[in-house]
Ligand binder design. Structure first.
Ligand code: FAD
Length: 269
């Protein structure tokens, strides 16, 4: 039987609607709807975020807060979020980006989730609403690792917008549109003169979930950002990766190209 579609008009009503057995959040539907239409499922209700007031972007004093139901296209057009434009433009196609949401990107399976990789590098915080009016703010790393609880909905993500000079992003893919990641690399570098004082490096296409490349971060920190150190960081990134096979690339290939793309991303090549 086709599931019903509920269109609640507040976050509280969304959480209430999720109480029903077999209810799931429907955001842009770019992943949910193909599953509903093509796979066996026991879903009873799709709980739409369309009218729940979760759409919008605020950038204040360098801090960005993005509603979970904001589309990727809206993020890509925001003048204060220009650093994220390469991330957005690497995802799917304009048609998909007009539907796909920021919140939904946190829950898609790898090798999708390119914005999630960027949010991990940005050390974003995620606002989550749950039953009985409960709300919490969690590190994006926790949400990516554990998901959201049953009857919980992500309401917003927040992060410090990096300077363009500190931000790195690259995605290796087979063609320009509608191709999932072979390897995605996002990084925020704390540069003090030519020295890397701190680094957050996140990887996609490198395991079941987006992952922080902590060994690469250590290899890079405390010295100049030059070719040798970027290369060493690229090699170290393999320590945090568990490359996998899929239709886009073999695990072997992912493992071969990961160090190269980490190095290139870090050097801005
Ligand atoms: C042809 C094609 C190409 C694609 N290419 C890429 C790509 O290159 N990179 C990429 O990152 N993605 C890609 N995607 C995947 C997808 O479009 C995006 O990841 C998108 O951001 C998912 O968002 P959505 O709003 O459509 O999610 P939905 O399909 O609505 O939901 C996805 C999942 O997240 C849950 N969910 C959604 N919002 C919330 C919330 N606020 N709180 C709790 N749970 C929630 C849903 O219940 C569901 O489990 C592609 C998809 C297609 C069809």
């Amino acid at each position: 039987m086709a599931p019903s579609v509920e269109v609640p008009e507040s976050v509280g009503e969304v959480v209430g609607a999720l109480a029903g057995e077999g209810s799931v959040v429907l955001a842009g539907g770019t992943v949910v709807m193909p599953e509903v239409n093509t796979t066996a499922h026991d879903l009873r209700a799709l709980v739409s975020l369309r009218r729940a007031g979760l759409r919008g972007i605020e950038v204040d004093g360098g801090r960005a807060v993005i509603g979970a139901a904001t589309t990727l296209a809206e993020v890509g057009k925001h003048e204060r979020l220009a650093v994220l434009r390469p991330v957005i433009e690497s995802i799917a196609s304009p048609t998909i980006r007009n539907l796909a949401t920021v919140g939904g990107n946190l829950f898609v399976k790898q090798p999708y989730g390119d914005l999630a990789v960027a949010l991990l590098a940005l050390d974003a915080e995620v606002d989550v609403a749950g039953p009985d009016g409960a709300s919490s703010t969690r590190p994006v790393a926790d949400v990516l690792r554990d998901g959201a609880g049953e009857r919980e909905v992500v309401t917003a993500v927040a992060f410090d917008v990096p300077d363009a000079a500190a931000w790195r992003y690259t995605k290796a893919m087979r063609r320009k549109q509608n191709s999932a990641s072979i390897v995605t690399v996002a990084a925020v570098l704390g540069l003090d003169g030519g020295t890397v004082g701190a680094a957050r490096i996140a990887l996609g296409g490198a395991g079941a979930k987006p992952v922080r490349a902590t060994a690469a971060e250590q290899a890079l920190t405390g010295g100049p950002l030059d070719h040798d150190r970027a290369r060493a960081a690229g090699e170290a990134a393999l320590q945090d990766a568990e490359p996998f096979d899929d239709a886009y690339a073999s695990a072997w290939y992912r493992g071969r190209v990961l160090p190269v793309h980490v190095r290139r991303a870090l050097l801005g090549e």
